[in-house]
Design a protein around this ligand. Structure first.
Ligand code: PMP
Length: 368
């Protein structure tokens, strides 16, 4: 018998649990992790090389611990795209929005505290809660995956969580959450505790609707988290950020590791932000492709959840995992998020989406 995890004195709450594990398989068409399918444009690759070369000269020194230039540029991007004035003091950045969420849970969650999310939703919220010793409460959704406001308000009143997660558009369902719902959840959370409400807007650039950033006005317990992994097409960069009241930014300083954002990361992100327009140019095309996937899947007789993101949840299947395998056998990797009866496909290039549609058409035909 070989020595394994269970033989180590790991924390009780980690025993028997699995790590986050979207399969990284080498297949021709990968539509499983909501990445942007387009590689960075060559002029940007050149600019990254230039800025990283400059940064490399100072690698004997620690990086700017407060990432001032980067946060200033991110604040400008948020202000320009939302019309809501956001400044350096409102913005914090970390290695992916996963780290932003981890820092928020380290600050506002932790042992003896709880967080609630409305599931199915982004599984890392619960996993990061566990990793930070925060109790996790699974809140309800309607059958159509919209948030059941009455049930959510009841769950908040009963459980009095310290942190409330609202993901809009939601992953893996694609469902957008209306501003009125977020406001009602915020009120419920303040009445119950008060607690922090984290609006995860990882996919907001793909939405038919607007960002909820304007809701930050006068709501110091609200946080909006964002990422450069999706719309910016820079998942490999690992850059996430948040906008909130300056007091929230001050609070996360208590838990962030010193110099957590490397000089190379900061230089790369700054180069990418110089090319925002080029990077975001694919968003409109991906939205069109997302809508095409929806209409073609519906035409094929599948059920589809209304999507405001760069992916589509489709079903229903008696055995979703078996269908996932059948699609994979045809060279296309989609995602089985464990939502019974449903799978999720990321909008790729038109060619990749065609390959996916051919695969599901073929499977339908085979079934007769
Ligand atoms: N939030 C949501 C809803 C996501 O789907 C993801 C990535 N799948 C993230 C946050 C994390 O993104 P990243 O750490 O790459 O910024």
């Amino acid at each position: 018998m070989s020595f394994g995890i269970d033989d180590l004195p790991v924390r009780d709450e980690l025993r028997g649990k699995s790590p986050y594990g979207a399969p990284q398989l080498d297949v021709p068409v990968r539509l499983n992790t909501n990445e942007n399918p387009y590689p960075l444009p060559e002029p940007l690759v050149e600019r990254i090389a230039e800025r990283v070369r400059e940064a490399a000269r100072d690698l004997n020194r620690y990086p700017d611990r407060d990432a001032v230039e980067l946060r200033t540029r991110l604040a400008e991007y948020l202000t320009d795209t939302s019309g809501h004035e956001v400044g350096l003091a409102n913005v914090w950045a970390a290695n992916g929005s996963n780290e932003v969420i981890q820092q928020l849970l380290q600050t506002f969650g932790g042992p003896g505290r709880t967080a609630i999310g409305f599931e199915p939703s982004y599984s890392m919220h619960g996993l990061i809660a566990r990793g930070t010793g925060t109790g996790w409460i699974s809140g309800p959704r309607h059958e159509d995956f919209t948030i059941d406001l009455a049930a959510a308000e009841k769950a908040i009143a009963e459980n009095r969580p310290d942190v409330v997660f609202v993901t809009t558009p939601n992953n893996p369902t694609g469902t957008a959450v209306p501003a009125e719902t977020v406001l009602a959840l915020y009120e419920a959370a303040q009445a119950a505790k008060p607690s922090m409400v984290i609006v995860d807007e990882a996919y907001i650039e793909f939405s038919h609707g607007d960002s909820l950033l304007p809701l930050l006005e006068g709501r110091p317990n609200l946080v909006v988290s964002r990422t450069m992994s999706k719309a910016f097409g820079a998942a490999g960069l690992r850059l996430g950020y948040l906008a909130a009241h300056p007091a929230v930014v001050d609070a996360v300083q208590l838990v962030r590791l010193p110099y957590h954002l490397s000089a190379v990361t900061q230089a790369t992100a700054l180069a990418a932000l110089e090319h925002t327009d080029t990077l975001l140019k694919y968003v409109e095309q991906l939205k069109t492709e997302r809508d095409r996937l929806v209409s073609e899947l519906l035409a094929l007789g599948y059920e589809v959840t209304a999507s405001d993101a760069n992916f589509v949840q489709f079903g229903r299947f008696d055995d979703a995992h078996a269908v996932w395998q059948q699609i994979l056998d045809r060279g296309v990797l989609v995602r089985d998020n464990g939502v019974p009866g449903w799978l999720r496909v990321t909008a790729g290039t038109p060619e990749e989406n065609d390959a996916f549609l051919d695969a599901v058409r073929d499977i339908k035909k085979e079934q007769g």
